[in-house]
Design a binder for this molecule. Structure first.
Ligand code: CA
Length: 219
């Protein structure tokens, strides 16, 4: 899942960014609403984490415009403890959930996992592909009954492929999931991760369609 983080506090923003990244989700961090608007116009997100006071306006106004445009990306607003009125206004404006600052990163992880589960197109929590069983919500994977440990980047790739199982996922889509805006992308990064995943789950788990992208077997 790719997350848009809208937060102008540098310390908080970089901590959240690092944490989401560590959970295996791609994250784009912007510090202004105009940058958030631009990001939403060019990229689709699984979740927007929205601070309410930004240098160029109110987060709630951004949210209202987003919803008025028919964008139903899940939005979680982050507010201070004493802003109860704003929290209610946020939920009325179309926010899906809120986090009260200061929040602990464990709570953020739990909320992210819950959104990721809802975001999943599969209603079945477990996906079986050959002898591999993937549980995207719990981030658990096993092969022939044996647990397989993936790094967070490997998870990001597997997660994207499994959510789109049966379809060829373009290399650029996988790159988007792996890296945030501005991060350096080695041109062979996707190949490297696919090769590592194959070492762990077997060659046939991921199919390469040369020049088109990658896929895992459909239902
Ligand atoms: Ca702020």
């Amino acid at each position: 899942m790719r997350v848009l983080l809208v937060e102008d506090d540098h310390v908080l923003g970089s901590a959240i960014q690092a944490h989401i990244d560590h959970q295996g989700h791609g994250v784009d961090w912007v510090q202004r609403l105009d940058d958030a608007t631009e990001a939403c116009a060019t990229q689709s997100y699984g979740l927007i984490l929205l601070d309410l006071g930004l240098p160029d306006g109110r987060g709630l106004d951004f949210l209202k415009v987003l919803r008025a445009d028919g964008d139903d990306t899940p939005v979680m607003i982050t507010t201070a403890q004493d802003q109860i009125d704003i929290r209610i206004e946020g939920l009325n404006a179309g926010a899906d959930d809120y986090l009260i600052k200061p929040f602990d990163l464990g709570e953020l992880s739990a909320r992210l996992a819950a959104v990721a589960r809802r975001y999943s197109t599969s209603s079945d929590p477990q996906t079986r592909i050959g002898d591999v069983v993937v549980d995207l919500g719990r981030r658990h994977i096993s092969q022939a009954g044996r647990d397989v440990i993936l790094t967070s980047r490997e998870w990001a790739v597997v997660d994207t492929l499994v959510r789109n199982r049966g379809a060829i996922v373009p290399k650029s889509t996988i790159e988007d999931c792996l890296y945030a805006f501005g991060a350096e992308i080695e041109s062979n990064a996707v190949e490297v991760f696919v090769s590592r995943i194959r070492k762990k789950l077997g060659r046939s788990f991921v199919t390469t369609s040369r020049g088109l992208g990658y896929s895992v077997a459909g239902k």
